[in-house]
Ligand binder design. Structure first.
Ligand code: RBF
Length: 352
């Protein structure tokens, strides 16, 4: 057991002990939306806040869509906030309440928390998106191939840098802003982004910066300004609410932004010029329907990528077609096609 696992284990044990002696005010965690006669009750635990976080917005939308298609399903959305030390206690409280047939959550750190909580509450079922765990009979997970996703972002950044677009600058220096460092960021997203960039410009370099949280747009502007000042013409931002700060810097200084996970062109026309997609909403919708119908396979970790139709690049948007030269669009389309047909295989690791 690693130190952090041990620490988390104690936290969960203490949370379970507290729950045994005191009735935790669950009402404080969220409010009910439908009457008590629901046949299937779902808690969506958002590890952060929904607004401004592409994956969480898709998570809630996908679960709600599934619930609408199965009358009698209750959905309760609980925002866990930005204090990550509190997530294990909040998840424990949800499981301890015994009120939910399914707890749905999303981000790469959540499988471990679901795994630990399930040791104390083995009857509680969990669905974790954007994370991986295999072998726990209480937990189903869906991971997206972020190696393909970040590779496409880097490839596109290289194409833009070497294009005739107005803000393109020679040198192929691309920025990557992360909300925080975590294993998938450091070992998958960052190197795959660089690999994609260098597939176009062999000497291309990634300027990697860490915001330290998922909300501080002002600090994100400072970091993005510094990246642009030192030569970055394209910045991939994966920083939740911080993404808006990157847009502000790019607008002032004349640079481009790449969005990650959901289509971002409408956030800032002419500035957000590329958007990779994960179909997290579709995965949430499909897997939640299966859970309600009793057909979801727990104990399994799925990995879905470009060839499955769950990772993509939004090449359909009118702003993409308006702002990105045809030659760039064609080269990107050819690379997406190579991934779709498995002519190029970039396997997503599941162990870190
Ligand atoms: N992404 C967000 O957009 N907003 C968040 O608040 C957020 N919090 C995260 C917390 C942790 C501990 C980790 C590991 C990732 C977080 N992410 C967040 C990243 C997100 O879940 C996803 O991995 C990235 O958007 C890349 O797909």
């Amino acid at each position: 057991m690693t130190y952090s696992r041990l620490n988390r284990h104690f936290t969960i044990c203490i949370a379970v002990a507290l729950l045994a002696t005191t009735a935790l005010p669950l009402a404080a965690l969220g409010s009910r939306e439908t009457p008590d006669d629901a046949q299937f009750r779902i808690a969506v635990f958002v590890p952060g806040v929904v607004e401004g976080s592409p994956t969480y917005e898709m998570l809630v939308a996908g679960v709600r869509r599934a619930a609408e298609e199965r009358p009698g399903t209750e959905v309760r959305v609980i925002e866990g906030g930005f204090n990550q030390a509190q997530w294990p206690q909040s998840m424990t409280a949800l499981a301890a309440s015994g009120e939910h047939d399914l707890i749905v959550t999303s981000n790469p750190s959540m499988p471990e928390i679901a795994d630990e909580v399930s040791q104390s509450f083995p009857n509680q079922r969990f669905l974790v998106l954007d994370g991986y765990l295999s072998g726990n009979p209480s937990v189903a997970t869906v991971l997206f191939n972020q190696r393909e996703q970040a590779f496409l972002s880097g490839y596109f950044a290289g194409l833009v840098s070497s294009s005739s677009m107005p803000n393109a600058r020679p040198g192929a220096r691309a920025g990557l802003l992360a909300g925080q460092e975590y294993p998938i960021m450091n070992r998958v997203i960052r190197p795959a982004f660089q690999l994609g960039l260098q597939s176009v410009e062999p000497s291309g370099q990634v300027d990697f910066r860490v915001l330290g949280n998922w909300f501080d747009a002002a600090a994100a502007t400072e970091l993005a300004n510094s990246m642009i000042d030192t030569g970055a013409d394209v910045i991939l931002t994966i920083a939740g609410g911080g993404n808006q700060g990157v847009i502000a810097a790019a607008r002032t200084k004349g640079a481009y932004v790449l969005w990650y996970d959901s289509s971002g062109y409408d956030e800032a026309a002419g500035i957000v010029i590329g958007s990779t997609l994960v179909r997290l909403d579709r995965a949430a919708h499909q897997r939640v329907l299966q859970a309600i119908d009793g057909t979801l396979e727990f104990g399994r970790g799925e990995v879905l990528g470009v060839a499955d139709g769950f990772v993509d690049f939004d090449t359909e948007h009118r702003l993409f077609q308006r702002d990105v030269p045809e030659a760039v669009r064609n080269r990107l389309a050819a690379m997406i096609q190579r991934l779709r047909t498995s002519d190029l295989v970039l396997e997503m690791p599941t162990q870190f």
